[in-house]
Structure formats: structure tokens, C-alpha cells
Design a protein around this ligand. Structure first.
Ligand SMILES: [Zn+2]
Length: 200
């Protein structure tokens, strides 16, 4: 516990420090902000946190984040359900959506293969993907896992798993920098990577 602060403040600072990208200094600044904010603002913040925990879940079809059983992308009839883009996490969906050119649906793996960290195929939503491909009339799967060692390993594994199916499997074109996560690629790069995707 940090000395010099009243206990409730020290506890809040400790809680903020656990958040990604927040160091001791930012944690103190945020705590002072909370202290000075109006009751209305802090109540609204508390409510938002509660609602996120209560209402946000994974889409039953694609594992994207959603406040419904089926997410807004899967339930959008204007999108092409025969085209499935496989991404590692919900940030990948957001990155692809920002590119503005993709009109298919997604499959979120919720991770990437990483034997060193003990993440094998069973830890990811791969069985769900195979089931979707086998039953949903999917015509093309675009592998949009990250261009990192783990992302490439995941893409290669998926390629093997999807081989028995009579569908096109493609990989985003290079252009997304090697070693980079999808979420850090700018929209123009992603657009090009999607348009120039190659059969894997
Ligand atoms: Zn969905």
C-alpha cells in the first residue's frame, strides 16, 4: 500500500496500476481525477463498468464481443456470410472494420497458437471454425492472423485443418508489417492487404 494517501485512495491507485499501460504516476493522476470529478460523472463511470461486466459477452457464432447472443455483424443481412475472415481477437475485427472494405463475417479465435506459452489448438476457437465451415456454406476463409511467429504458426495450422474442405483459403497479403498485430496496421494498408490476398 502506498504511504501518504488515505486508504481508499491508495486502494484505487493500486487498482488502476493493474490496468494495461498504467504506471504509478498515471494511476495517481486518475485517482485525483476521480476525487475531483462530479458525483454524476463517477456514478456514470461505475455504471458503465457494471454494464460492461454484466452485458458484454462473446457472440455465439463468431466469438466477437457483443451485447446480444449474436453480434451486430453476424446478424447484419447485408453482409456476406460465405466469406469468413479469421482474426485472433476482437481488436482484429475492429481493425478490419476500420478499413471499410470488408463485407464478409468474422471468426475470432480468441488467441494464437503459442506452444511455448502452452496455448495449443484446443485453447482456441478452432473446432468452432471447422464446424462453421462444414455446415454454413462458407466459400472462402481469409486468414488474417497477425504477421508474428505465433500468428503465422496459427495460419499454417488452420490451413492444414481446412484442407479437407472444398473452399478457398487465402492469407492477407504482406503489407501488414512483419511482426505486427493487425490492430496496428493503418486502414489503407489493411485495405490493400485484403484486396491483394493470396490463396494459401
Ligand atoms: Zn458474431
Amino acid at each position: 500500500m502506498i504511504k501518504g494517501f488515505p486508504k481508499p485512495m491508495a486502494r484505487l491507485i493500486e487498482a488502476f496500476k493493474k490496468m494495461p499501460g498504467i504506471g504509478a504516476h498515471s494511476a495517481q493522476k486518475l485517482t485525483f481525477y476521480i476525487l475531483q470529478a462530479s458525483r454524476k460523472e463517477t456514478d456514470s463511470l461505475i455504471r458503465s463498468i457494471g454494464e460492461v461486466k454484466q452485458n458484454v459477452r462473446f457472440c455465439r457464432t463468431c466469438n466477437n464481443l457483443s451485447d446480444e447472443d449474436i453480434c451486430s455483424i453476424c446478424s447484419d443481412t447485408a453482409r456476406d456470410p460465405k466469406l469468413v475472415c479469421v482474426v485472433e481477437d476482437p481488436n482484429g475485427v475492429i481493425a478490419m472494420e476500420k478499413s471499410g472494405v470488408y463485407n464478409g463475417v468474422y471468426h475470432v479465435l480468441l488467441g494464437e497458437l503459442s506452444p511455448i506459452d502452452g496455448v495449443g489448438p484446443d485453447e482456441l476457437k478452432i473446432t468452432d471454425l471447422v464446424k462453421r465451415v462444414g455446415t454454413d456454406g462458407v466459400e472462402e476463409v481469409i486468414l488474417a492472423t497477425d504477421f508474428t511467429t505465433e500468428g503465422e504458426t496459427t495460419a499454417l495450422y488452420l490451413l492444414e485443418v481446412l484442407k479437407p474442405f472444398d473452399i478457398k483459403v487465402s492469407r492477407l497479403a504482406r503489407g501488414v508489417p512483419v511482426g505486427a498485430s493487425l490492430e496496428f496496421a493503418d486502414s489503407a494498408t489493411l485495405q490493400r492487404a485484403l484486396e491483394e490476398r493470396k490463396e494459401a
